[in-house]
Design a protein around this ligand. Structure first.
Ligand code: NAD
Length: 330
C-alpha cells in the first residue's frame, strides 16, 4: 500500500523520497529514473555550464519521464560565482514548478519561485534557518542533519534531535535529509514527524547514476568511517569521501597557521572532483559522500531501490504495530 504523506500529495508522487541536488550527479538520466520509479528527481542546476544548458537538460528530462521532477539551486561559496538568477529564470521559463533551494540567502529565490506559482523545498541545517525559510514562503523544508554529504552547516546537530525540534517548531511539512538509504530510515523519519526523506549518496550508487562504476563499487566497499569534514576552519564545512586529497586538505587546515582558501583551491575544485566521477579514480579529487555510505551495499536500479524502500517501510511499520499488539495483550 502506498504511503501517503503531505509530501506525496503536494508533489503528486507515489514514494515519499526526494533525490536531493548533487553536483555532477543530478543529470536528466538519473532524475527521470527517480521520478519514473515514483520519487521526485531533481536536476542540479549548477551541474549545467550555463542557464541555456539547463534548459536543454530540462527538455531532455521531459523526454525521459512524464512524471514530476524539479530543479535544485544551491547558493554557496563558489570558485566562479554562477548566474543563479539566470538558472532560476531559465527553469521557470521551461515550465519547471518544483524547486529545491539550499545554502545562503534564499529569500529572493523563494520569492521569485512563489511569484511564479512554484513549490519550493528549502534545505537547511538549523531550526532558525528553517523558521526563516517558512516565513519567506517555502512550502516544504528539508531538514539536513549532521550525517549529510556536502555542507552540513557549522552547528553539528544530528538528525534525531534536529527532526524532533522541527516537529516542535515548524508549521509546514518537512522531510528528513542526511543519513537515509532505506525503508527503516524512512519510517524512523516519519516517526519524528517528517513527511518523507531526501537521499543523495544512496542515489549516487544506482545503475542510472552517471558516475563511474569504480566509484559506485568504492561506495559499496566503504564504511560509515570513510567520510571526513573539510573547510571546518573556513566555516564552509563539507562532508566528503575520506581519500588522499581530502586528508591533505584537513592536514593543511590543521597547521598552526591554518589555510586560506587560495591554498586549498587547486585540491578542492569541483572541476577536479568531477574527474573522479569520469575516470573512476576515487583519489583524484574531492567528492561528496554522507555517513550513510556505511549502509549502502549494492547498486540497484532506481526502480528496485524505491520498491525495496516501500516494502521495507511496510515491514517496519508492521513490526512496530506488532509491538503495540503485544503490549495490549499483556
Ligand atoms: P567549486 O569548484 O566552486 O568549489 C569547490 C568547493 O570549494 C565547494 O565546496 C565550495 O563551496 C568551496 N568554496 C569555493 N569558494 C570558496 C571560498 N571562497 N571559501 C570557502 N569555500 C569555498 O564548486 P563546484 O563543485 O563547482 O560546485 C559549485 C557550487 O555548487 C559550489 O557552491 C558548491 O558548494 C555547490 N555544490 C552544490 C551541491 C548540490 O548538491 N547542489 C553539491 C556540492 C556542491
Amino acid at each position: 500500500m502506498p504511503i501517503v504523506t503531505p509530501l506525496t500529495k503536494l508533489l503528486n508522487i507515489r514514494v515519499p523520497v526526494v533525490q536531493g541536488g548533487m553536483q555532477w550527479v543530478g543529470v536528466p538520466e538519473l532524475v527521470a529514473a527517480v521520478s519514473n520509479a515514483g520519487g521526485l528527481g531533481l536536476l542540479t542546476a549548477l551541474t549545467q555550464p550555463n542557464p541555456d544548458a539547463l534548459r536543454e537538460a530540462i527538455k531532455k528530462t521531459r523526454k525521459l519521464t512524464d512524471k514530476n521532477f524539479g530543479v535544485n539551486i544551491t547558493l554557496l561559496p563558489s570558485i566562479n560565482p554562477p548566474d543563479y538568477e539566470g538558472y532560476a529564470r531559465a527553469a521557470v521559463e521551461e515550465g519547471v514548478r518544483i524547486f529545491e533551494t539550499a545554502g545562503n540567502n534564499p529569500a529572493p529565490f523563494i520569492k521569485f519561485f512563489k511569484q511564479n506559482g512554484c513549490i519550493v523545498i528549502h534545505k537547511c541545517t538549523t531550526i532558525r534557518h528553517a523558521k526563516a525559510a517558512e516565513r519567506m514562503g517555502a512550502d516544504i523544508l528539508s531538514i539536513d542533519g549532521f550525517e549529510c554529504a556536502g555542507h552540513p552547516g557549522e552547528e553539528d546537530i544530528g538528525g534525531l534531535v534536529l527532526l524532533e525540534r522541527a516537529s516542535q517548531e515548524l508549521k509546514i511539512p518537512y522531510i528528513a535529509s542526511g543519513g537515509f538509504a532505506d525503508g527503516q530510515g524512512l519510517v524512523s523519519a516519519m516517526a519524528l514527524g517528517a513527511s518523507g526523506v531526501n537521499m543523495g549518496t544512496r542515489f549516487m550508487c544506482t545503475v542510472e547514476s552517471p558516475i563511474h562504476q569504480n566509484i559506485k563499487e568504492k561506495i559499496v566497499a566503504s564504511t560509515e568511517q570513510d567520510t571526513v569534514h573539510i573547510f571546518r576552519t573556513l566555516r564552509n564545512t563539507a562532508r566528503v569521501f575520506k581519500n588522499k586529497v581530502s586528508q591533505e586538505v584537513v592536514r593543511l587546515e590543521r597547521r598552526p597557521q591554518g589555510a586560506k582558501f587560495e591554498e586549498l583551491r587547486e585540491l578542492v575544485s569541483g572541476a577536479r572532483g568531477r574527474v573522479v566521477y569520469e575516470i573512476g579514480d576515487p583519489d583524484y579529487g574531492v567528492w561528496s559522500a554522507g555517513i550513510v555510505i556505511g549502509l549502502i551495499r549494492d547498486i540497484p536500479t532506481c526502480e528496485e531501490l524505491l520498491s525495496r524502500i516501500e516494502s521495507e517501510a511496510e515491514n517496519a511499520i508492521e513490526r512496530l504495530n506488532k509491538l503495540s499488539v503485544a503490549k495490549a495483550k499483556l
